[in-house]
Design a protein around this ligand. Sequence first.
Ligand code: GLC
Length: 421
Amino acid sequence: MSLKKQALDILALNDRGTYTIPTQGLYPHQWNWDSVFIALGIATYDSDRAWTEILSLLEGQWPDGMIPSIIFRSDEPGYFPGPDRWGDTPGAIASTGVSQPPVLATIVRQLTVGDQQRRKDVFDQMFAWHAWFHDKRGIDGLITNVHPWETGRDNCPEWDIGLDRMDVAPDLAPYTRQDNKHSDPRFRPTELQYDKYISIVQFGESIGWDQRRLTDEGPFLMGDPNLHFILLRANRDLLAMAKDIGKPPTVIAQIEAWIEAGLKAADRLWNPELEAFTAIDVRSGTFSPGFSNCSGLCFYADAGSVEQRSKTLAHLDRINADVNYMLPSWDPNDDAFEPQRYWCGPLWAQMNYLTSMGLREQGYAAHAMELRCGLIDAIEKSGFWECFDPMTGEGCVSRNFSWTAAIWLAWDNETQQQGAA
Ligand code: GLC
């Protein structure tokens, strides 16, 4: 069967009518940035259904503007932590109490070229979400995260510094993990990491999901290049849409101020020892020790000095020489590199997509192509997995994965269009 047919079949298999689950078994709900990438893939063959995916995600928005990482439209016993564990959340639909990387405005801009009405329909909700990030997670312009899950890169070794500094809650209510029942535990986070993840959830629930308090008083607080650069880029796209649809000067000025603050604060993520953008533990000022697959997002955000960008390219070259399939989620030079353990090494479709997009836009076509080929070669070898071993191209964790299929379709569509031009 052709790869295109396989990709289409996966999206059909995971379709739940108005939204699409990431994969059967492990992830039976609607995930935030998954849905956005999925919409990008679906848009290659059904723009109305793609738009429905976006609208269904927006249905989960909280009154304070947050769009949560997971929207629970059902209570699936095979998923933990489900709605019970997150407790009362203020959105119209039960959800988690943390967010996820805001790729939404960037993809909406791509999906609505020439369709001003659709941009208008969702603009205010996107604006409110960005405002939420700045108000609730911003610290002097730096976008922080209160839970590794909020970054979308769950158990990346970037978070070890922040997790090491926190304790498991002494009164942690007992729980049973479900993720290990759906996939090989060797690929998944450890027990201690999981205890800490659930301890943060318990803290958030205990303060009624007061999001500013969660940032200021919660057990974990780090700055993340993924969230920071993705939001900075999303603000640029939001600004372009605001101008396009004639939003008032106050709205335009607000977005411009966010961009300026985001550009300035990017320097706080520059790790002077490694000479790369990395996560930072905000309270201790300690930087994470390795180059991850979001360190190169400075190009996507159009941020960083000439020097920072050239050092970033040098890291990409170094890593390219060490692996067979770009771009590993963690630095192969670091002891914590594990080529098959989730965010400790495997390459991920959506990260290759974003990093490659930024490199291409900034004129680094060859580097962009390495990332594109890394993913496509892994898919050709192994199929549409959640992530892939960067040394062997073998698929890891879950198969029939929606965003891997969606990104393949988006790139395939781009190639066809370029061929036709
Ligand atoms: C994992 C990933 C996260 C993703 C989710 C659903 O938790 O780390 O980024 O959104 O799975 O695919």
